[in-house]
Design a protein around this ligand. Structure first.
Ligand code: HEM
Ligand SMILES: CC(C)=CCC/C(C)=C/CC/C(C)=C/COP(=O)(O)OP(=O)(O)O
Length: 318
């Protein structure tokens, strides 16, 4: 037996490695920080859906979506282990750092994927389970294994994977896909390019090193900045649509318009940033604000729904 990297033990035949990864290492495979906001949007979809879901089933729904999201993250890290080892931002992840073997990550991701889809289907409904399965497939196969390494529009198309969670949450309650849950999908779908391309601008050297065709690397900073502004404007417009469709109040519309205005201002600051700027502060600010924006929009939708329920309840009592 040999111990290498203080984590892996070569069994006597030397054929395969048994890593001694910790629970924390496996938890890190699930991309918990990213997926926390993903799951939050799924929770919002579940809360905003008309109708009622048993609290226990609601909890099971969110747990299954969280497990499915984490599983997709583990499978993404399994496939991207080669480029993650080279990019400074990802080199310390469990697989490139040698704490978990690729095979273990693959098995972990597949088992959790199957578990989350089957339990959601048995406990809640097969429509939401099917959308969950499709989302995992879309992120892992369509985005990670195909688009990410082949086209600068990778994250625009791949962004659909990140936009499905609120639609899954909505389907858990209503067993349907509606115009309203599609609007929630569209808000995230349109939001993704500004969110990621802000990061891609200041991580260009990383993506250059691994040959991943992100838009800044393929079409340059100026073209990317144009598209960031365009998608930020689209997101801001889409953010107020719930008010016009009648499933959010004018108060929400005002909040969404204000958030959208800041989002657009942040994107214009990136557009005004000189190409080749060494620090790229506006891009880092846009990336950070993009996360706050999405959290704030879905929080405002839930607060608005709660307020309208309280008002109608109070009206009923008086
Ligand atoms: C294809 C779509 C997306 C791409 C390409 C993308 C890309 C990224 C990347 C590269 C990071 C940095 C992660 C790290 O360094 O570990 C990141 C961070 C983050 N993303 Fe996205 N993202 C996408 C969609 C989403 C979605 C849909 C959400 C939530 C609904 C989201 C929420 C976050 C959050 C919260 C962080 C910060 C994580 C941290 O602080 O470490 N992303 N994103
Ligand atoms: C329910 C369910 C399955 C949800 C999935 C939601 C989803 C697809 C979120 C996208 C998360 C993300 C950071 C993508 C970037 O991958 P990347 O490979 O470009 O990022 P990396 O370089 O940091 O690994």
């Amino acid at each position: 037996m040999r111990v290498i990297n203080n984590h892996e033990v070569l069994v006597n035949d030397g054929e395969h490695l048994l890593s001694e990864a910790s629970a924390r290492d496996y938890f890190e495979l699930l991309k918990p920080r990213v997926m926390s906001l993903v799951v939050f949007t799924a929770f919002a979809g579940l809360m905003l859906a008309p109708g009622h879901i048993n609290a226990v089933l609601g909890l099971i729904s969110i747990l299954c979506i969280a497990i499915g999201a984490g599983a997709s993250g583990a499978l993404n890290m399994w496939y991207d282990a080669d480029i993650d080892a080279i990019m400074t931002r990802t080199a310390r992840r469990p697989i490139p750092a040698g704490r978990i073997t690729p095979k273990e990550a693959l098995a972990f991701g597949l088992i959790l994927s199957c578990f989350s889809v089957v339990i959601l289907g048995l406990a809640v409904n097969w429509l939401s389970a099917s959308i969950l399965a499709f989302t995992i497939f879309f992120y892992v196969v369509v985005y990670t294994m195909w688009l990410k390494r082949s086209t600068p529009q990778n994250i625009v198309i791949g962004g659909a994977a990140g936009a499905f969670p609120p639609m899954i949450g909505w389907a858990c309650v209503t067993n349907s896909v509606t115009i309203e849950s599609t609007v929630l999908f569209l808000i995230i779908f349109l939001w993704t390019p500004a969110h990621f391309w802000a990061l891609a601008l200041f991580k260009m050297r990383d993506y250059e090193a691994v040959g991943v065709p992100m838009l800044p690397n393929v079409s340059g900073e100026r073209a990317t900045k144009h598209q960031i502004v365009a998608y930020a404007v689209s997101t801001a417009v889409c953010g107020v649509v719930p008010t016009f469709l009648g499933f959010a109040s004018a108060g929400y519309g005002l909040a969404a318009a204000s958030l959208g205005a800041v989002f657009i201002c942040c994107s214009i600051a990136v557009w005004r940033m000189p190409d080749g700027d060494p620090k790229m502060i506006p891009a880092k600010k846009l990336f950070a604000f993009s996360i706050f924006y999405l959290f704030a929009i879905f929080s405002a939708l839930m607060i608005d729904r709660l307020a309208s329920m309280l008002v109608s309840h109070a009206g009923g009592v008086l």
